[in-house]
Design a protein around this ligand. Structure first.
Ligand code: ATP
Ligand code: MG
Ligand code: MG
Ligand code: MG
Length: 439
Protein backbone atom coordinates (compact mmCIF):
# COMPACT_ATOMS: atom_id res chain seq x y z
CA UNK A 1 0.00 0.00 0.00
CA UNK A 2 1.24 3.45 -0.94
CA UNK A 3 0.52 5.90 1.84
CA UNK A 4 -0.32 8.61 -0.73
CA UNK A 5 -3.23 6.45 -1.90
CA UNK A 6 -4.33 5.16 1.52
CA UNK A 7 -6.95 6.53 3.88
CA UNK A 8 -5.15 7.15 7.15
CA UNK A 9 -6.69 10.16 8.88
CA UNK A 10 -4.22 10.68 11.73
CA UNK A 11 -4.83 13.34 14.34
CA UNK A 12 -2.12 15.65 15.68
CA UNK A 13 -3.56 15.58 19.15
CA UNK A 14 -5.74 13.17 21.03
CA UNK A 15 -9.27 14.50 21.55
CA UNK A 16 -9.81 15.48 25.15
CA UNK A 17 -12.54 12.92 25.85
CA UNK A 18 -10.05 10.05 25.43
CA UNK A 19 -8.89 9.12 28.93
CA UNK A 20 -6.66 6.10 28.38
CA UNK A 21 -3.72 5.40 26.07
CA UNK A 22 -5.44 2.90 23.80
CA UNK A 23 -8.38 5.19 23.14
CA UNK A 24 -6.09 8.17 22.50
CA UNK A 25 -3.80 6.18 20.22
CA UNK A 26 -6.62 4.54 18.26
CA UNK A 27 -8.07 7.98 17.52
CA UNK A 28 -4.70 9.56 16.75
CA UNK A 29 -3.64 6.70 14.48
CA UNK A 30 -6.87 6.98 12.50
CA UNK A 31 -8.10 3.51 13.45
CA UNK A 32 -11.61 4.32 14.63
CA UNK A 33 -14.16 7.10 14.62
CA UNK A 34 -16.91 7.51 17.14
CA UNK A 35 -20.36 7.78 15.54
CA UNK A 36 -22.48 7.86 18.71
CA UNK A 37 -21.65 7.11 22.33
CA UNK A 38 -19.99 3.69 22.34
CA UNK A 39 -20.56 3.14 18.60
CA UNK A 40 -17.60 3.27 16.25
CA UNK A 41 -16.65 3.06 12.61
CA UNK A 42 -13.51 1.07 11.93
CA UNK A 43 -11.24 2.95 9.55
CA UNK A 44 -8.82 1.04 7.28
CA UNK A 45 -5.89 0.74 9.70
CA UNK A 46 -8.10 -0.30 12.62
CA UNK A 47 -10.08 -2.70 10.48
CA UNK A 48 -6.91 -4.47 9.39
CA UNK A 49 -5.97 -5.17 13.01
CA UNK A 50 -9.51 -6.19 13.94
CA UNK A 51 -9.63 -8.67 11.04
CA UNK A 52 -6.29 -10.19 12.04
CA UNK A 53 -7.43 -10.65 15.63
CA UNK A 54 -10.65 -12.19 14.36
CA UNK A 55 -8.76 -14.58 12.10
CA UNK A 56 -6.50 -15.86 14.87
CA UNK A 57 -9.54 -16.39 17.08
CA UNK A 58 -11.25 -18.25 14.21
CA UNK A 59 -8.26 -20.48 13.46
CA UNK A 60 -7.93 -21.53 17.09
CA UNK A 61 -11.66 -22.18 17.41
CA UNK A 62 -11.51 -24.37 14.32
CA UNK A 63 -8.42 -26.17 15.59
CA UNK A 64 -10.28 -27.02 18.80
CA UNK A 65 -13.14 -28.52 16.79
CA UNK A 66 -15.67 -25.68 16.83
CA UNK A 67 -17.70 -25.03 13.67
CA UNK A 68 -18.42 -21.52 12.41
CA UNK A 69 -21.92 -20.22 11.67
CA UNK A 70 -23.27 -16.69 11.38
CA UNK A 71 -26.40 -15.66 13.25
CA UNK A 72 -28.14 -12.32 12.72
CA UNK A 73 -27.70 -9.27 14.92
CA UNK A 74 -31.46 -8.76 15.22
CA UNK A 75 -33.38 -11.37 17.18
CA UNK A 76 -37.01 -12.03 17.97
CA UNK A 77 -38.09 -11.38 21.55
CA UNK A 78 -40.09 -14.62 21.52
CA UNK A 79 -36.98 -16.78 21.86
CA UNK A 80 -35.95 -14.78 24.90
CA UNK A 81 -39.41 -15.19 26.39
CA UNK A 82 -38.90 -18.96 26.19
CA UNK A 83 -35.76 -18.82 28.30
CA UNK A 84 -37.20 -16.22 30.63
CA UNK A 85 -34.43 -13.75 29.92
CA UNK A 86 -36.52 -11.19 28.01
CA UNK A 87 -37.70 -9.71 31.27
CA UNK A 88 -34.54 -10.45 33.26
CA UNK A 89 -31.99 -8.86 30.96
CA UNK A 90 -32.85 -5.29 31.85
CA UNK A 91 -31.74 -2.05 30.29
CA UNK A 92 -28.59 -3.34 28.62
CA UNK A 93 -30.83 -4.91 25.98
CA UNK A 94 -31.75 -2.66 23.06
CA UNK A 95 -35.37 -3.42 22.31
CA UNK A 96 -36.90 -2.66 18.94
CA UNK A 97 -40.42 -2.87 17.56
CA UNK A 98 -40.84 -3.64 13.88
CA UNK A 99 -43.57 -2.17 11.61
CA UNK A 100 -45.93 -5.03 12.48
CA UNK A 101 -45.61 -4.34 16.17
CA UNK A 102 -43.44 -7.38 16.82
CA UNK A 103 -40.87 -7.17 19.59
CA UNK A 104 -37.32 -7.53 18.33
CA UNK A 105 -33.97 -6.85 19.91
CA UNK A 106 -30.36 -6.28 18.96
CA UNK A 107 -28.61 -9.38 20.30
CA UNK A 108 -26.39 -8.88 23.36
CA UNK A 109 -25.48 -12.61 23.20
CA UNK A 110 -26.86 -15.71 21.46
CA UNK A 111 -27.61 -18.58 23.86
CA UNK A 112 -31.31 -18.62 22.95
CA UNK A 113 -30.81 -18.46 19.21
CA UNK A 114 -28.15 -21.16 19.07
CA UNK A 115 -30.27 -23.40 21.29
CA UNK A 116 -33.14 -22.89 18.84
CA UNK A 117 -30.90 -23.86 15.92
CA UNK A 118 -29.67 -26.89 17.80
CA UNK A 119 -33.12 -28.21 18.78
CA UNK A 120 -34.35 -27.82 15.22
CA UNK A 121 -31.79 -30.20 13.75
CA UNK A 122 -29.99 -32.34 16.27
CA UNK A 123 -31.93 -35.28 17.64
CA UNK A 124 -29.37 -37.94 18.54
CA UNK A 125 -26.40 -38.24 20.86
CA UNK A 126 -24.52 -39.59 17.85
CA UNK A 127 -24.24 -36.02 16.52
CA UNK A 128 -22.51 -34.87 19.72
CA UNK A 129 -20.25 -33.34 20.83
CA UNK A 130 -21.05 -30.21 18.87
CA UNK A 131 -19.63 -26.72 19.26
CA UNK A 132 -20.98 -23.89 17.10
CA UNK A 133 -19.59 -20.37 17.11
CA UNK A 134 -19.93 -17.11 15.28
CA UNK A 135 -18.13 -13.79 15.18
CA UNK A 136 -20.80 -11.12 15.11
CA UNK A 137 -21.56 -7.63 16.35
CA UNK A 138 -23.38 -7.42 19.64
CA UNK A 139 -25.17 -4.52 21.26
CA UNK A 140 -25.34 -3.81 24.97
CA UNK A 141 -26.66 -0.49 26.10
CA UNK A 142 -23.88 -0.03 28.66
CA UNK A 143 -24.66 2.54 31.38
CA UNK A 144 -21.24 4.05 30.89
CA UNK A 145 -19.68 3.30 27.51
CA UNK A 146 -16.09 4.48 27.78
CA UNK A 147 -12.47 4.01 26.84
CA UNK A 148 -13.36 3.79 23.15
CA UNK A 149 -13.91 0.26 21.85
CA UNK A 150 -12.81 -1.13 25.20
CA UNK A 151 -16.33 -0.70 26.54
CA UNK A 152 -18.43 0.03 23.52
CA UNK A 153 -22.15 -0.38 23.14
CA UNK A 154 -21.77 -2.04 19.74
CA UNK A 155 -18.86 -4.47 19.84
CA UNK A 156 -17.60 -7.57 18.10
CA UNK A 157 -17.80 -10.88 19.93
CA UNK A 158 -16.79 -14.40 19.14
CA UNK A 159 -19.24 -16.56 20.99
CA UNK A 160 -19.13 -20.35 20.91
CA UNK A 161 -21.68 -22.76 22.34
CA UNK A 162 -21.03 -26.39 23.19
CA UNK A 163 -23.63 -29.17 23.28
CA UNK A 164 -23.03 -32.51 24.99
CA UNK A 165 -24.99 -35.50 26.16
CA UNK A 166 -23.80 -35.46 29.74
CA UNK A 167 -21.95 -33.47 32.36
CA UNK A 168 -18.61 -35.26 31.87
CA UNK A 169 -18.41 -34.67 28.13
CA UNK A 170 -19.61 -31.12 28.64
CA UNK A 171 -16.70 -30.52 31.00
CA UNK A 172 -14.35 -31.93 28.38
CA UNK A 173 -15.79 -29.44 25.87
CA UNK A 174 -15.15 -26.65 28.39
CA UNK A 175 -11.54 -27.75 28.81
CA UNK A 176 -10.97 -27.74 25.05
CA UNK A 177 -12.18 -24.13 24.87
CA UNK A 178 -10.04 -23.21 27.89
CA UNK A 179 -6.95 -24.53 26.10
CA UNK A 180 -7.91 -22.91 22.81
CA UNK A 181 -8.09 -19.57 24.64
CA UNK A 182 -4.56 -20.05 25.97
CA UNK A 183 -3.36 -20.59 22.42
CA UNK A 184 -5.44 -17.75 21.01
CA UNK A 185 -4.04 -15.11 23.35
CA UNK A 186 -0.53 -16.48 22.96
CA UNK A 187 -0.78 -16.07 19.20
CA UNK A 188 -2.18 -12.57 19.74
CA UNK A 189 1.14 -11.79 21.38
CA UNK A 190 -0.20 -11.11 24.83
CA UNK A 191 -0.41 -12.77 28.21
CA UNK A 192 -3.99 -13.40 29.29
CA UNK A 193 -4.42 -15.11 32.64
CA UNK A 194 -7.42 -17.37 33.28
CA UNK A 195 -9.06 -16.41 36.56
CA UNK A 196 -11.74 -18.26 38.35
CA UNK A 197 -15.04 -16.46 37.87
CA UNK A 198 -18.50 -16.49 39.33
CA UNK A 199 -20.88 -19.16 38.03
CA UNK A 200 -23.90 -17.42 39.50
CA UNK A 201 -26.90 -19.48 40.58
CA UNK A 202 -25.70 -22.56 38.67
CA UNK A 203 -22.70 -23.04 40.95
CA UNK A 204 -19.72 -25.24 40.23
CA UNK A 205 -16.19 -24.34 39.36
CA UNK A 206 -16.50 -23.99 35.63
CA UNK A 207 -16.24 -20.37 34.71
CA UNK A 208 -13.07 -18.50 33.90
CA UNK A 209 -12.37 -14.99 32.77
CA UNK A 210 -9.21 -14.32 30.78
CA UNK A 211 -7.56 -11.05 31.77
CA UNK A 212 -4.75 -9.04 30.27
CA UNK A 213 -2.79 -7.18 32.90
CA UNK A 214 -2.81 -3.41 32.39
CA UNK A 215 -2.88 -0.44 34.77
CA UNK A 216 -6.05 0.89 33.17
CA UNK A 217 -7.97 -2.40 33.57
CA UNK A 218 -11.36 -2.17 35.24
CA UNK A 219 -10.86 -5.27 37.42
CA UNK A 220 -8.51 -5.63 40.33
CA UNK A 221 -6.68 -8.94 40.04
CA UNK A 222 -4.90 -11.12 42.56
CA UNK A 223 -2.73 -13.81 41.05
CA UNK A 224 0.27 -15.98 41.63
CA UNK A 225 3.45 -14.94 39.84
CA UNK A 226 3.75 -18.46 38.41
CA UNK A 227 1.31 -17.47 35.67
CA UNK A 228 3.91 -15.19 34.12
CA UNK A 229 6.08 -18.19 33.27
CA UNK A 230 3.58 -20.93 32.41
CA UNK A 231 4.03 -22.60 29.03
CA UNK A 232 1.30 -22.40 26.42
CA UNK A 233 0.67 -25.61 24.44
CA UNK A 234 1.97 -25.70 20.88
CA UNK A 235 -0.08 -26.02 17.70
CA UNK A 236 0.51 -29.76 17.58
CA UNK A 237 -1.57 -30.55 20.66
CA UNK A 238 -4.23 -33.23 20.31
CA UNK A 239 -7.70 -31.93 21.13
CA UNK A 240 -8.95 -35.52 20.92
CA UNK A 241 -6.94 -36.50 23.99
CA UNK A 242 -9.21 -35.52 26.88
CA UNK A 243 -6.65 -36.43 29.53
CA UNK A 244 -3.90 -34.35 27.99
CA UNK A 245 -6.27 -31.38 27.63
CA UNK A 246 -7.41 -31.74 31.24
CA UNK A 247 -3.79 -31.84 32.41
CA UNK A 248 -3.12 -28.49 30.74
CA UNK A 249 -6.18 -26.98 32.42
CA UNK A 250 -5.07 -28.37 35.79
CA UNK A 251 -1.68 -26.71 35.32
CA UNK A 252 -3.26 -23.41 34.46
CA UNK A 253 -5.75 -23.44 37.32
CA UNK A 254 -3.46 -24.78 40.03
CA UNK A 255 -2.26 -21.44 41.34
CA UNK A 256 -4.38 -18.65 42.77
CA UNK A 257 -5.86 -16.24 40.22
CA UNK A 258 -9.03 -14.29 40.85
CA UNK A 259 -10.51 -10.87 40.25
CA UNK A 260 -12.00 -8.69 42.96
CA UNK A 261 -15.41 -10.27 42.28
CA UNK A 262 -14.41 -13.66 43.70
CA UNK A 263 -11.34 -12.74 45.71
CA UNK A 264 -10.83 -14.83 48.87
CA UNK A 265 -8.48 -13.30 51.44
CA UNK A 266 -7.89 -16.58 53.29
CA UNK A 267 -6.76 -18.43 50.16
CA UNK A 268 -4.74 -15.42 49.07
CA UNK A 269 -2.86 -15.42 52.35
CA UNK A 270 -1.63 -18.93 51.57
CA UNK A 271 0.31 -17.53 48.59
CA UNK A 272 3.92 -16.67 49.56
CA UNK A 273 4.38 -12.91 49.75
CA UNK A 274 7.05 -12.84 46.99
CA UNK A 275 4.69 -14.63 44.58
CA UNK A 276 1.76 -12.28 45.06
CA UNK A 277 0.78 -10.12 42.13
CA UNK A 278 -1.87 -7.55 42.88
CA UNK A 279 -2.54 -5.67 39.69
CA UNK A 280 -5.28 -4.47 37.36
CA UNK A 281 -6.64 -6.37 34.40
CA UNK A 282 -8.90 -6.19 31.35
CA UNK A 283 -11.43 -8.97 30.78
CA UNK A 284 -10.92 -10.11 27.18
CA UNK A 285 -12.51 -13.54 27.32
CA UNK A 286 -15.00 -15.42 29.44
CA UNK A 287 -15.96 -19.09 29.35
CA UNK A 288 -18.88 -20.55 31.16
CA UNK A 289 -20.41 -23.95 31.76
CA UNK A 290 -24.12 -23.71 32.49
CA UNK A 291 -25.40 -27.24 32.01
CA UNK A 292 -29.09 -27.45 31.21
CA UNK A 293 -30.01 -23.85 31.96
CA UNK A 294 -31.28 -23.21 28.42
CA UNK A 295 -31.86 -26.72 27.13
CA UNK A 296 -34.50 -27.45 29.78
CA UNK A 297 -36.83 -24.47 29.24
CA UNK A 298 -36.24 -24.50 25.47
CA UNK A 299 -36.59 -28.25 24.99
CA UNK A 300 -33.17 -28.92 23.43
CA UNK A 301 -32.87 -32.66 23.84
CA UNK A 302 -31.34 -35.62 22.09
CA UNK A 303 -31.99 -39.33 22.25
CA UNK A 304 -29.25 -41.04 24.26
CA UNK A 305 -27.80 -44.52 23.84
CA UNK A 306 -30.48 -45.65 26.33
CA UNK A 307 -33.22 -44.60 23.92
CA UNK A 308 -34.37 -41.87 26.32
CA UNK A 309 -34.45 -38.12 25.66
CA UNK A 310 -31.86 -36.05 27.50
CA UNK A 311 -31.68 -32.28 27.81
CA UNK A 312 -28.24 -31.38 26.49
CA UNK A 313 -25.48 -29.88 28.63
CA UNK A 314 -24.13 -26.60 27.36
CA UNK A 315 -21.39 -24.06 27.79
CA UNK A 316 -20.69 -20.68 26.20
CA UNK A 317 -17.34 -19.14 25.37
CA UNK A 318 -16.79 -15.47 24.53
CA UNK A 319 -13.94 -13.33 23.31
CA UNK A 320 -14.29 -9.68 22.34
CA UNK A 321 -12.01 -9.05 19.34
CA UNK A 322 -12.80 -5.32 19.29
CA UNK A 323 -11.92 -5.01 22.99
CA UNK A 324 -8.81 -7.12 22.37
CA UNK A 325 -7.53 -4.54 19.87
CA UNK A 326 -7.66 -1.85 22.56
CA UNK A 327 -6.27 -4.17 25.23
CA UNK A 328 -3.27 -5.03 23.03
CA UNK A 329 -2.49 -1.32 22.85
CA UNK A 330 -2.83 -0.91 26.62
CA UNK A 331 -0.31 -3.74 26.95
CA UNK A 332 1.98 -2.48 24.17
CA UNK A 333 2.73 1.21 23.67
CA UNK A 334 5.20 3.94 24.60
CA UNK A 335 5.25 7.77 24.42
CA UNK A 336 5.69 7.64 20.65
CA UNK A 337 2.74 5.38 19.94
CA UNK A 338 1.56 1.83 19.47
CA UNK A 339 3.82 -1.24 19.47
CA UNK A 340 1.91 -4.06 17.73
CA UNK A 341 2.67 -7.74 18.22
CA UNK A 342 3.80 -8.96 14.77
CA UNK A 343 0.82 -11.33 14.46
CA UNK A 344 -1.76 -8.54 14.37
CA UNK A 345 0.21 -5.52 13.09
CA UNK A 346 -1.76 -3.73 10.36
CA UNK A 347 1.30 -3.92 8.09
CA UNK A 348 4.48 -5.92 8.55
CA UNK A 349 6.83 -3.13 7.64
CA UNK A 350 6.82 0.60 6.96
CA UNK A 351 8.98 1.58 4.01
CA UNK A 352 10.10 5.16 4.51
CA UNK A 353 11.33 7.22 1.58
CA UNK A 354 13.35 10.10 3.03
CA UNK A 355 13.46 12.04 -0.26
CA UNK A 356 10.37 11.41 -2.36
CA UNK A 357 10.98 12.92 -5.80
CA UNK A 358 14.66 12.01 -5.82
CA UNK A 359 15.04 9.64 -8.75
CA UNK A 360 17.49 7.18 -7.22
CA UNK A 361 15.65 7.02 -3.87
CA UNK A 362 12.27 6.54 -5.55
CA UNK A 363 13.69 3.76 -7.71
CA UNK A 364 15.30 1.97 -4.77
CA UNK A 365 12.08 2.21 -2.76
CA UNK A 366 9.98 0.94 -5.65
CA UNK A 367 12.32 -2.02 -5.98
CA UNK A 368 12.29 -2.76 -2.23
CA UNK A 369 8.51 -2.50 -2.18
CA UNK A 370 8.26 -5.09 -4.94
CA UNK A 371 10.70 -7.38 -3.16
CA UNK A 372 8.77 -7.10 0.12
CA UNK A 373 5.48 -7.79 -1.61
CA UNK A 374 6.92 -10.76 -3.49
CA UNK A 375 8.18 -12.15 -0.21
CA UNK A 376 4.61 -12.07 1.10
CA UNK A 377 5.10 -9.09 3.40
CA UNK A 378 2.48 -6.38 3.66
CA UNK A 379 4.32 -3.07 3.42
CA UNK A 380 3.06 0.46 3.92
CA UNK A 381 5.18 2.64 1.66
CA UNK A 382 5.44 6.24 2.85
CA UNK A 383 5.86 7.84 -0.58
CA UNK A 384 4.47 11.21 0.52
CA UNK A 385 6.54 14.39 0.39
CA UNK A 386 6.23 14.95 4.12
CA UNK A 387 9.40 15.75 6.04
CA UNK A 388 11.52 12.95 7.45
CA UNK A 389 10.63 13.85 11.05
CA UNK A 390 6.93 13.58 10.29
CA UNK A 391 7.41 10.23 8.59
CA UNK A 392 9.30 8.81 11.55
CA UNK A 393 6.67 10.07 13.96
CA UNK A 394 3.88 8.52 11.91
CA UNK A 395 5.64 5.18 11.67
CA UNK A 396 6.20 5.14 15.43
CA UNK A 397 2.60 6.16 16.08
CA UNK A 398 1.02 3.38 14.05
CA UNK A 399 3.45 0.87 15.51
CA UNK A 400 4.47 -1.39 12.61
CA UNK A 401 7.09 -3.92 13.79
CA UNK A 402 9.77 -2.72 11.33
CA UNK A 403 10.72 0.50 9.58
CA UNK A 404 12.87 0.28 6.48
CA UNK A 405 14.37 3.73 6.00
CA UNK A 406 15.75 4.71 2.62
CA UNK A 407 17.57 7.98 1.85
CA UNK A 408 19.89 9.34 -0.84
CA UNK A 409 22.90 9.57 1.48
CA UNK A 410 22.81 5.93 2.57
CA UNK A 411 22.02 4.71 -0.91
CA UNK A 412 25.28 6.23 -2.22
CA UNK A 413 27.06 3.68 -0.01
CA UNK A 414 24.53 0.97 -0.83
CA UNK A 415 22.99 1.22 2.66
CA UNK A 416 19.54 1.50 4.19
CA UNK A 417 18.44 1.64 7.79
CA UNK A 418 16.29 -0.91 9.55
CA UNK A 419 14.53 0.06 12.78
CA UNK A 420 12.77 -2.33 15.08
CA UNK A 421 9.79 -0.56 16.65
CA UNK A 422 9.68 -2.57 19.87
CA UNK A 423 13.31 -2.01 20.87
CA UNK A 424 13.99 1.20 18.99
CA UNK A 425 17.19 -0.35 17.68
CA UNK A 426 18.43 0.98 14.33
CA UNK A 427 20.89 -0.81 12.13
CA UNK A 428 22.63 0.28 8.93
CA UNK A 429 22.63 -2.56 6.42
CA UNK A 430 23.12 -3.26 2.76
CA UNK A 431 19.83 -3.48 0.87
CA UNK A 432 20.30 -7.19 0.56
CA UNK A 433 21.04 -7.74 4.24
CA UNK A 434 18.01 -5.66 5.20
CA UNK A 435 15.78 -7.74 2.95
CA UNK A 436 17.25 -10.95 4.35
CA UNK A 437 16.51 -9.83 7.86
CA UNK A 438 12.88 -9.02 7.02
CA UNK A 439 12.05 -12.05 4.92
P1 ATP B 1 -17.64 -6.66 31.31
O1 ATP B 1 -17.45 -7.30 32.67
O2 ATP B 1 -16.43 -5.94 30.83
O3 ATP B 1 -18.90 -5.83 31.24
P2 ATP B 1 -19.00 -8.97 30.46
O4 ATP B 1 -18.61 -9.87 31.58
O5 ATP B 1 -20.32 -8.31 30.52
O6 ATP B 1 -17.86 -7.86 30.25
P3 ATP B 1 -19.30 -11.21 28.69
O7 ATP B 1 -20.79 -11.27 28.72
O8 ATP B 1 -18.56 -12.19 29.50
O9 ATP B 1 -18.84 -9.72 29.05
O10 ATP B 1 -18.87 -11.22 27.13
C1 ATP B 1 -17.74 -11.88 26.61
C2 ATP B 1 -16.67 -10.91 26.13
O11 ATP B 1 -17.21 -9.88 25.31
C3 ATP B 1 -15.97 -10.16 27.24
O12 ATP B 1 -15.01 -10.96 27.87
C4 ATP B 1 -15.35 -9.00 26.46
O13 ATP B 1 -14.17 -9.42 25.78
C5 ATP B 1 -16.42 -8.71 25.43
N1 ATP B 1 -17.26 -7.57 25.84
C6 ATP B 1 -18.28 -7.58 26.73
N2 ATP B 1 -18.83 -6.36 26.85
C7 ATP B 1 -18.14 -5.56 26.00
C8 ATP B 1 -18.24 -4.17 25.68
N3 ATP B 1 -19.17 -3.40 26.22
N4 ATP B 1 -17.37 -3.67 24.76
C9 ATP B 1 -16.43 -4.45 24.20
N5 ATP B 1 -16.29 -5.76 24.47
C10 ATP B 1 -17.14 -6.31 25.36
MG1 MG C 1 -20.86 -6.41 30.97
MG1 MG D 1 -17.40 -9.29 33.25
MG1 MG E 1 -17.82 -11.79 31.44
Amino acid sequence: MHLSKYFLPVLKEAPREAEIASHQLMLRAGMIRQQSAGIYSWLPLGLKVLRKVEQIVREEQNRAGAVEVLMPTIQSADLWRESGRYDDYGKEMLRIEDRHGRDMLFGPTNEEMITDIFRSYVKSYKDLPLNLYHIQWKFRDEVRPRFGVMRGREFLMKDAYSFDLDEASSRAAYYRMFVSYLRTFDRLGVKAIPMRADTGPIGGDLSHEFLILADTGESEVFCHRAYMEMAVPGAGLDYGDNDAIKAIVDDWTGAYARTDELHDEDLWNEVPEVDKMNARGIEVGHIFHFGQKYSTPMGAKVAGPDGQDHNVHMGSYGIGPSRVVAALIEAGHDEAGIIWPASVAPFDVGLINLRSGDEATDAACADLYTQLTNAGLDALYDDTDNRAGGKFALADLIGLPWQLIVGPRGLKEGKVELKERATGEREELSLEAAMNKLT
